[in-house]
Design a protein around this ligand. Structure first.
Ligand code: SF4
Length: 698
């Protein structure tokens, strides 16, 4: 592996915290250190980040283009991709083509993929695995603020009087945020931390109060909190009057959520609920941090808005130590949201109104911009199954492991006439179904930008030479675009060319109407882009140094400048335990693995923490099983073979299974094979945390 001789500062490959990393050459290898100057982590790293150097080896890499398993040249592979797409478009139209991207892609790669599909092929069918991660949070923010804009910064967590962590095992999923919070709690023990989670997780170690609510009842809990604030006259009348709309209807919707009713519905005691409400009322500075436990739900958007309603109604937003704070799972989920990587977005926080289509078309010099939103992830794979989509290009993700109803996804893909996969790994559950495999550059080799959970745009820099024939995703996509006849619009020589164009589009006819605006970075030279320091958007004439916290002036992005409170009617998940499937399965991350383990699975150190797929359950739910026994967990969709971890802290009737394992490690451990593809009607995000299952000793 040839590489840079000096230390290189970059951004971590993994979670949405987006930590700065300094990769220090040491003999033939690189060692990761926390970057002291990066505002996300200020020198800290978690174990995954500090093991980055151990995952750089080339074993298992896809290093040459392949067609039907045979190595070919790049020109053969690119011709085959272009010919295949052209033939499908000619016979079935552009709607028969789709791209499925990833929060692992760099912003520049994402931008080019989105531009090709929505701007030139002319269909909206570019969606992303971020649909599984934060699509509900996006819709929640847009409904409330008129823009997909996270108002907070990590400092707000440290400066709050009370932090509510809901649907988030922060200690394992976002460890550096947890470290920052734990230190703040140590420094200011009077700071209160509330964890809302049906499970007792590692995050509870720093909690003053753990509300082990009934799975899926979160919206009711926050509606009850709003009702309590109204009853006890803790609403911020001035803020509400000046900066919001929708209070009357929203209060009417929560009126029935009395303390007693909410406690009964959520499976909590009135005493603990009263204490929770009291702490909300007492805390001038309140942050609610939420993640997949909120978003991955058939009522995920409503849960997000129930949280945001509470903050708007009490005026706990737009101030130091305040705000509803959605934290993303992936390193560049936010960058994907910016470029339009979700199928219901067009580009740069613009959607599919005639005005926006016209504006983006003029900017891209294309008269073939998609006229309507495309298929979201679950619908996209259903469309493949029924033959409506005939060609799919998957980039940097492994949907045969990570999508719900994963066996059905596999069966559908196996019937798709053209499957193209760009990936860094040769053998994944998804590459095995590809007709054409394109070797992409991996972390440490590719060069671009990512945006973390707090709108902070950071550079991911290359410090390794490209291995084998691997190429940057933006280059691969641009080469295909040229072969399809769109060369002029994809004539990029350097990722900075793409970044500048993306930045220009963000400011194009914006006039402060769209939250995402980095037009202040549109004139960076290549050298300035290379040296760019982390910066939080918006970055424009008004905010040339970026902005740490949004809405400090009480102005939101709806046309009248006011935020919206949204009336919420809490809904429970649509599936329930039955006599045949009496237990509820929850899923989530473990501390030392990332997604489907194709990278973290390479590190012996990371595999030490929890080396096998397992199932945590209350011993009363399977008395015959001892720790370490093999268990069969089944749902109507499939079954898994897992190691038993009886645990008395697990609520009776529920069990927990990690989301990571793929078929390379264990044939029967893809947890998504058990999960039904039920989705939120507004966000299309699947309900991944509420699956009725049966547990048996193997
Ligand atoms: Fe990387 Fe997330 Fe760990 Fe930071 S907290 S080092 S971004 S995995």
């Amino acid at each position: 592996m040839s590489h840079s001789a000096s230390a290189v500062t970059t951004t971590c490959a993994y979670c949405g915290v987006g930590c700065g990393v300094r990769m220090q050459p040491q003999e033939a290898e690189f060692v990761a250190h926390g970057e002291m100057t990066h505002p996300a982590n200020l020198g800290r790293l978690c174990v995954k980040g500090s093991s980055l150097g151990e995952t750089l080896g080339l074993e298992g890499r896809l290093l040459q283009p392949e067609i039907n398993g045979l190595a070919v040249s790049w020109s053969q592979a690119l011709d085959a991709v272009a010919d295949g797409l052209r033939a499908v478009i000619a016979q079935y139209g552009p709607q028969a083509v789709a791209f499925y991207g990833s929060g692992q892609l760099l912003t520049e790669d994402y931008y080019v993929a989105n531009k090709l599909m929505k701007g030139f092929i002319g269909a909206g069918n570019m969606d992303t695995n971020s649909r599984l991660c934060m699509a509900s949070a996006v819709v929640g923010y847009k409904r409330a603020f008129g823009a997909d804009a996270v108002p907070c910064d990590y400092q707000d967590l440290e400066q709050a009087d009370c932090v509510i962590l809901t649907g988030s095992n922060t200690a394992w999923a976002h460890p550096v945020v947890y470290q920052r919070l734990a230190l703040a709690k140590k420094t200011r023990p009077e700071m209160r931390i509330v964890v809302i989670d049906p499970r007792q997780t590692a995050t509870c170690d720093i909690a003053d109060l753990h509300l082990a609510l009934r799975p899926g009842s979160d919206a009711a809990l926050f509606c009850g909190a709003l009702q309590a604030m109204a009853e006890q006259q803790h609403l911020d009348e001035n803020f509400l009057q000046q900066h919001t709309q929708g209070l009357t209807q929203t209060l009417a919707a929560v009126e029935s959520w009395t303390l007693a009713k909410t406690a009964a519905f959520c499976g909590l005691s009135s005493t603990e609920l009263q204490l929770f409400y009291q702490w909300i009322a007492d805390s001038d500075r309140l942050v609610t941090l939420y993640s997949m436990g909120i978003n991955q739900s058939t009522s995920g958007v409503d849960k997000c808005n129930a949280i945001i309603n509470l903050h708007l109604a009490t005026g706990k937003i737009g101030r130091v130590g305040c705000g509803p704070f959605s934290i993303t799972g992936q390193p560049n989920a936010m960058g994907g949201r910016e470029v339009g990587g979700l199928a219901n977005q067009l580009a740069a926080h613009m959607g599919f109104t005639p005005e926006e289509i016209d504006r983006v078309g003029r900017f891209w010099h294309s008269d073939n911009v998609a006229q309507t939103a495309g298929l979201t992830a679950i619908d996209l794979f259903r469309a493949i199954e029924v033959g409506q989509v005939k060609a799919l290009w998957i980039m940097g993700t492994n949907p045969v492991v990570s999508l719900p109803d994963a066996d059905r996804v596999r069966a559908g893909l196996s019937r798709c006439p053209l499957v193209i996969v760009s990936d860094i790994m040769r053998d994944t559950d998804t590459t095995h179904l590809a007709h054409i495999c394109l070797p992409a550059l991996g972390w440490g080799e590719k060069n671009g930008t990512v945006t973390n959970s707090v709108r902070c745009v950071s550079r991911q820099r290359n410090f390794l030479a490209p291995p084998g024939e691997a190429k940057a995703d933006w280059w691969i996509i641009s080469q295909v675009a040229r072969r399809l006849g769109f060369g002029e619009a994809f004539n990029y020589q350097h990722p900075a060319d793409i970044f500048r164009e993306h930045a220009r589009l963000s400011g194009f006819e914006n006039q402060g109407r769209r939250a995402f605006d980095i037009s202040g970075l549109a004139h960076l030279s290549n050298a300035q882009w290379d040296e760019m320091l982390p910066i939080q958007w918006p970055v424009n004439e008004r905010h040339p140094q970026g902005l740490t916290r949004l809405f400090t002036d009480g102005k939101f992005y709806h046309p009248d400048g006011k935020a919206r409170l949204i009336p919420i009617t809490p809904r429970l998940p649509i599936t329930h335990p039955t006599a045949t499937y009496p237990l509820l399965m929850n899923t989530g991350r473990i501390r030392d693995q990332w997604h489907t383990m194709t990278r973290t699975g390479k590190s012996a150190r990371l595999m030490q923490h929890l080396s096998e797929p397992f199932c945590q359950f209350h011993p009363d739910d399977c008395p015959a099983a001892q720790s370490g026994d093999l268990l069969r967990v089944s749902s109507p969709h499939g079954w898994l073979l897992l190691r038993a971890q009886p645990d008395r802290s697990q609520a009776r009737g529920t069990l927990f299974v990690p989301m990571h394992w793929n078929s390379q490690f264990s044939q029967q451990a893809r947890v998504d094979a058990l999960i039904a593809a039920h989705t939120d009607p507004l966000s299309g995000q699947p309900e991944s945390k509420h699956t009725p299952v049966r547990l048996q000793r193997w």
